[in-house]
Design a protein around this ligand. Structure first.
Ligand SMILES: NC(=O)c1ccc[n+]([C@@H]2O[C@H](COP(=O)([O-])OP(=O)(O)OC[C@H]3O[C@@H](n4cnc5c(N)ncnc54)[C@H](O)[C@@H]3O)[C@@H](O)[C@H]2O)c1
Length: 234
């Protein structure tokens, strides 16, 4: 395998699918992983069914890449879920499911793929959230998982450097599912619009590529300016 190879998790739809498509268009071989078996690979890549919260499944996924591609140059930890419930109604099982999917998965993926990433002087990109820094009510598990993911990412940058760089992207509102944003939703944003999956894919592609060689341990907020906007009412 001579082509640079990337693994993108949660690639069946949304931001993960856009990252997989962008990397494939840029010439990468992409392994698109998702727990939804209906997922598909971008051109020239392959799809792998995997629950990234499952240690054995992650180890098998990376072993498969070692056997089939024999290299891994980019790891994109994108799979994530949100359970939105009042604190008093959130079960420990639900808390653990969110932490396992959004945070522990990145630990499992980085641990299993570190030898391949080191050998190829590769890069890790994690998809966190502006909710690592700000919250709506009833989102404790999600916010905690994303804050942990930002911290895990800088820890990885220190432990795996200088061979491997690791950076986090924290998206704001990216239109992937649910009702289409209204004109007032776009207007709320200093950038004048809600985000699109391609906005995150472009940043991830840059962070995996050679032009970001001096960038590691960083968090990139891609939110159209929303975390910089003060809202006061008289
Ligand atoms: N869309 C946004 O506004 C937004 C904002 C900030 C952060 N994010 C983060 O970006 C990432 C992608 O978001 P999205 O909007 O594209 O989500 P999405 O729900 O559209 O897609 C998520 C994908 O992850 C997969 N997935 C979920 N759990 C998995 C598991 N255990 N193993 C393997 N795959 C699993 C799903 O099957 C799905 O294909 C998530 O981590 C999310 O938290 C999204």
């Amino acid at each position: 395998m001579t082509r640079k190879t990337a693994l993108v998790t949660g690639a069946a739809r949304g931001i993960g699918a856009a990252i997989a498509a962008r990397l494939a268009a840029d010439g990468w071989r992409v392994i698109a992983a998702d727990r939804d078996p209906a997922g598909a690979a971008p051109p020239g890549g392959r799809f792998a069914a995997c629950d990234v919260a499952d240690e054995a499944a992650v180890d098998a996924l990376i072993a498969g890449i070692a056997a089939e591609e024999a290299r891994l140059d980019g790891l994109v930890c994108n799979a994530g879920i949100m359970i939105r419930k009042p604190l008093g109604a959130l079960s420990l099982a639900e808390w653990n499911a969110v932490l396992a999917t959004n945070l522990t998965s990145a630990f499992l993926l980085a641990r299993a793929s570190a030898p391949l990433l080191r050998a190829g002087r590769g890069a890790v990109v994690t998809i966190a959230s502006t909710r690592a820094h700000m919250s709506e009510p009833d989102t404790e598990a999600y916010a905690a998982s994303k804050g942990g993911l930002v911290a895990l990412t800088h820890a990885l940058a220190i432990s795996l450097g200088p061979e491997v760089r690791a950076n986090a992207i924290s998206p704001g509102w990216i239109a992937t599912k649910g009702p289409a944003p209204r004109s007032e939703d776009h207007a709320d944003h200093p950038a004048g619009r809600v985000g699109e999956p391609g906005d995150i894919a472009a940043l991830a592609a840059w962070l995996l590529g050679p032009e970001s060689g001096f960038v590691t341990g960083a968090e990139f907020i891609a939110d159209g300016g929303m975390t910089r906007k003060m809202i006061y009412r008289d």
